[in-house]
Design a protein around this ligand. Structure first.
Ligand code: FNR
Length: 393
């Protein structure tokens, strides 16, 4: 990091919360609020974080913890720690070229990066910028199944090593902040927004200097979507309320490689996902952005592990803000976790070095917390590191 101001800002970052505060100062309010909020009353969004933090560890002493390993696998892929970057839409609006920068940080860290269908940088742009290092692609199944098929082929051509299909966005949870901010495509710019932009010159300069300013997977690829304006109507009609498990079977057949099914919160759905061909399921409530009033994601993890843990790999997300949270999810049976906002805060705060910092923070916290619990191998972490009284369920 060559810029002294950026080096100074980085030197004050010791936890994910520091990155969040810095991102809040640097990212235009409309895009920051898009990240830092949940649906309706945000009760599930808050519960995701709180319920993770309520799980208490049991410290052990006098164990030999000299040699420790965070190496593991997720969806059959080697990872330097059991953490992956979650798919998030509009990431290129937190910071210019955001998806490319996050993918590069993940590559350097030895963990998977998942690109969203609703990304700003396209599948091809991310593949080219990372030297065709394999990443994962997240698919929203569109009403126009031919477009979904095209996306699968593009992901294959870009050498994506796993496909993730998101099941929990057949309808949209309402986020009040986005409505109030006028978050739309293209953004509705009021004098208040323009004033806000004037206070964020670093962000504006980045956006002026990049070609990636619209939904790269869609504009110019979907039928009738040639510019950002035609995208609005397309998006509204393409999210599909008829999505079914037969679609997942169809995707599995077309894709042929590792398939991850995301958005599972009920044991019955977990069974159906496995029967439809999932190689891994993600226990996720979309970071509290969909069904408000639902249980926190960590509360639902144990019952899903019990239901299908012997037949498939279980991944977890929603609320992970630290290495301690990661360890809690692993203790309850997750093979690995995804970080959404923790990555986005780093990106919005400092660009690629911010994502790298977020990953380093989580890695160090995971390693040391595991050591405090008397464990040396992340793959051998189990429920015994948690106090029984406060286990959820
Ligand atoms: C998301 N998420 C998401 N999921 C998905 O499958 N496709 C997507 O395009 C998006 N977009 C998106 C945007 C933003 C701003 C956020 C915060 C989240 C959900 C995401 O993959 C993941 O499930 C949550 O982010 C996990 O919760 P935490 O880690 O953010 O608490």
């Amino acid at each position: 990091m060559s810029n002294p101001r950026e080096r100074h800002a980085m030197s004050h970052v010791t936890c994910i919360e520091d990155l969040r505060r810095l991102a809040r100062k640097r990212v235009p309010r409309m895009f920051y609020d898009y990240v830092d909020g949940g649906s309706w009353t945000e009760s599930t969004y808050r519960a995701n974080e709180c319920d993770l933090q309520r799980l208490e560890f049991r410290q052990r002493v006098a164990c030999d913890i000299t040699h420790r390993s965070l190496d593991s696998t997720m969806a059959g892929q080697s990872v330097s720690m059991p953490v992956a970057i979650a798919p998030t839409g509009l990431t290129g609006m937190q910071y210019a070229d955001g998806e490319i920068l996050a993918a590069q940080a993940a590559k350097r860290a030895g963990i998977p990066f998942t690109l969203s269908t609703m990304s700003i940088c396209s599948i091809e742009a991310v593949a080219n910028a990372t030297g065709h290092h394999p990443f994962w692609f997240q698919l929203y199944v569109t009403r126009d199944r031919r477009f979904s098929e095209d996306l699968i082929e593009r992901a294959r051509a870009a050498r994506c090593s796993a496909l993730m299909v998101t099941m929990d966005l057949q309808v949209f949870g309402q986020r009040h902040k986005d409505r109030k901010n006028g978050l739309s495509v293209p953004p509705r710019l009021t004098p208040k927004h323009l004033l806000d932009l004037a206070c964020k010159p670093r962000w504006c300069l980045g956006m002026l200097g990049t070609r990636h300013r619209q939904f790269g997977n869609i504009v110019g690829h979907a039928r009738g979507v040639d510019d950002i304006r035609s995208l609005v109507a397309w998006t509204q009609e393409q999210f599909d309320p008829t999505l079914s498990w037969a679609d997942v079977e169809w995707i599995k057949e077309r894709w042929g490689g590792p398939l991850i099914v995301k958005g599972i919160q009920h044991p019955d759905d977990a069974h159906l996902a496995v029967e439809s061909g999932a190689d891994a399921v993600v226990v996720s409530n979309h970071g509290g952005r969909q069904l408000d009033g639902a249980a926190s994601s960590i509360t639902t993890l144990p019952e899903i592990v019990e239901a299908v843990g012997a037949r498939t790999e279980i991944h977890f997300d929603s609320g992970i803000r630290s290495g301690q949270d990661t360890l809690r999810a692993l203790a309850l049976g997750a093979r690995g976790v995804y970080i959404g906002r923790a990555m986005l805060y780093g990106l919005g705060a400092l660009g690629e070095p911010g994502v790298t910092r977020a990953l380093d923070i989580i890695r160090d916290e995971l390693d040391l917390s595991m050591a405090f619990c008397g464990r040396t191998d992340v793959q051998a972490v189990d429920r015994d590191i948690l106090r029984p009284s406060l286990r959820p369920i």
